[in-house]
Design a protein around this ligand. Structure first.
Ligand code: GLC
Length: 611
């Protein structure tokens, strides 16, 4: 046997029984399983030598993605640099941002105006023509690898675009293809589903089904009407989607973000979210990756409450996703800023810090989506914050309606029934950079920059991997031009999906500008984070009580090194009440300080390490 075949066989042997067991449990179909394993071998054979070498290296260091030098940035190819080749030309800029992992937002072929920001894929093997070709992508990933950068992409497996080949054939009435989706010839079953399935886009795309008059059928569309949910009860769907996954992995992708993963299995009479079989599928996907392309890791997009999120890590013995978004912490961070009360954030961090160290979260302040106020309202109720009025307060606060609020942004899917609006805006606009700039108020601008940096410092202190949102590194504000585009104006998420302003980026060299202050502030922190041992993934991380609900304090410890991150979430100057022995160094200013009743001005932070 050739060496390479032996490597595959060895990995297959390790996982075969479990994979077969799971597959049979779900599908009971021997020949489809045989097809799957033989295709896995084909994709393994097709994998470039350079990627196989990468597999071996990363297999030997399976914790490669947890290191404290990991810093991600998510960006839209067209907004950032026009096309894939443009991104390649900008890799040095990304390196200068200390970024070593780029998440390229959806770039596969998707019909204009019916794309949900690229999340309605018409062809999993074709790049959107205006962005380039698959070849360009493979060239880009190769270049990234040479520069020690990783590339992440979305794998939208819950649904396809209505323009996908399968959907087109299904629309023509071809039963084979109809069985890959959920079709009903009257509204009886859809009606039953509607009784238990919540809505994702209650305002922009109400309901979970779409009527297709030309075929007189209803089709399940959890998201937009042009996004048809795939039926994973059909093994053909699972197999083909796994081949697509492996095909994309073979283009040199390092991190596969599994989009909307909780939704992929449906069962009548349930919420069609987080069903047990979703976990069977994710576990199989993990195994398939480990056999064919073990350097590729899975990032699960699970925008759910914490007890629903954690199961997507699987167990330590039978892992599912390598990484998950720390979504509740993100939403709770913004809640803490608006309320100037960190109690819930502290609780949330305590819960995360108690999880096994193997579980890695991806931390972020903003991403391409809205912020849903998925907070722990059972706890907040005890503190006098009731769900509906509190969500209203948060939305008023961040849209700037609330007296004294400096934030700017817009509501998203403002649902009159549940009164459950979500929020859109960039970090800088939420911190007051936009309003201060408009008012030309230098003092307010200074305060906004300070807040923006404090929040980033907090994000960089959490355990897990930080992910920046493109534009945040120079404090880019909301972009309202989407309103002029009829294809976008209904979707306020485009307010924070504007083009990257290279003319502003040029200002980062000047330290008296917003761009310069934010860029260099972040740069300083990112370098500290990658140099200091206390930021190692294996460090112990705890919250530390400083007897003031406006101040969050995090302690990190590693090999006798001790670090405190103190973050003032309130708009007044405060004291962190603490008494720690010894001298400390402020890692940012390099000044010596004592950790005794530390003075901390409004919206600022301290990163201090024991000398
Ligand atoms: C994910 C994406 C979101 C998209 C949805 C449907 O939640 O982040 O932007 O609308 O999936 O694909």
């Amino acid at each position: 046997m050739k060496k390479s075949a032996a490597v595959f066989q060895k990995r297959l042997a390790k996982h075969h029984d479990e994979l077969r067991w799971l597959y049979m449990e779900l599908y009971g179909n021997e020949s489809m399983f045989a097809e799957l394993t033989s295709q896995m071998y084909e994709y393994y054979q097709a994998r470039k030598i350079s990627l196989k070498n990468r597999d071996e290296k990363k297999e030997a260091h399976p914790d490669w993605f947890k290191k404290n030098d990991m810093l991600g940035m998510m960006l839209y190819i067209d907004n950032f640099a026009g096309n894939i080749k443009g991104v390649q030309e900008k890799l040095d800029y990304l390196k200068s941002c200390n970024v070593n992992c780029i998440h390229l937002m959806p770039f596969l072929d998707s019909p204009e105006g019916r794309s949900d920001g690229g999340y309605a894929v018409a062809d999993f093997r074709k790049v959107r023509p205006d962005l380039g070709t698959m070849e360009d992508l493979a060239v880009l990933t190769e270049d990234c690898h040479r520069k020690n950068m990783n590339v992440c992409m979305d794998f939208v497996m819950n649904h396809t675009s209505e323009d996908h080949e399968w959907a087109k054939r299904a629309r023509q009435g071809d039963g084979e293809y109809m069985s890959r989706y959920f079709f009903y010839d009257d509204y009886d079953i859809p009606r039953k589903y509607e009784e238990t399935v919540p809505q994702v886009f209650p305002t922009t795309a109400p309901g979970n089904f779409t009527y297709l008059p030309e075929m007189n059928h209803y089709v399940l569309t959890t998201f937009y009407p042009y996004q048809w949910d795939l039926n994973y009860k059909n093994p053909r769907v699972f197999n083909e989607m796994m081949y697509n996954f492996l095909y994309l992995a073979n283009q040199g992708i390092d991190i596969i973000r599994i989009d909307a993963v909780p939704y992929i299995w449906k069962e009548l009479g349930t919420s069609c979210r987080n069903l047990p079989k979703v976990h069977t599928i994710v576990r199989m996907m993990r195994i398939i990756g480990e056999i064919v392309c073990p350097s590729v890791i899975l990032l699960g997009e699970v925008v759910m409450e914490p007890e629903k999120v954690v199961p997507y890590f699987g167990t330590v013995e039978k892992p599912e996703c390598h990484m998950l978004y720390n979504v509740t912490t993100m939403a709770t961070t913004w809640h803490s800023l608006a309320t100037e009360d960190i109690r819930l954030l502290k609780q949330q961090m305590d819960a995360v810090n108690q999880l096994p160290k193997e579980y890695t979260f991806l931390n972020y302040l903003r991403c391409h989506d809205d912020i849903g106020w998925g907070l722990d309202f059972d706890t907040l109720k005890w503190w006098g914050m009731e769900e509906i009025p509190h969500k209203r307060f948060l939305n008023d606060f961040y849209t700037g309606k609330y007296e004294g609020s400096v934030s700017r942004g817009e509501l998203y899917n403002d649902d009159p029934v549940t009164q459950d609006a979500r929020f859109c805006g960039t970090t800088a606009s939420m911190c007051g950079v936009e309003s201060a700039g408009f008012e030309q108020d230098e003092e307010k601008l200074e305060a906004a920059v300070c807040l923006d940096l404090m929040l980033h410092a907090y994000m960089l202190t959490q355990s897990g991997i930080p992910m920046l949102y493109s534009g945040d590194e120079i404090g880019q504000i909301n972009d309202y031009t989407y309103k002029e585009n009829p294809l976008k104006r209904e979707d306020s998420r485009y307010i924070h999906r504007g083009v990257f302003h290279w003319e502003l980026e040029k200002k980062r060299a000047n330290l008296s500008t917003v761009e310069g202050k934010i860029f260099h502030g972040l740069d300083r922190m990112e370098k500290i984070r990658r140099q200091e041992k206390v930021f190692d993934a294996s460090a112990s991380v705890y919250t530390y009580d400083v007897h003031d609900d406006g101040i969050l304090c995090i302690m990190r410890e590693k090999d006798k090194e001790k670090f405190f991150g103190i973050f003032n979430f309130s708009s007044s100057d405060k004291t962190a009440w603490m008494q720690e022995e010894g001298e400390y160094e402020n890692l940012v200013t390099k000044k010596t300080l004592e950790m005794k009743d530390v003075q901390i001005p409004a919206h600022t932070f301290i990163w201090a390490k024991r000398k």
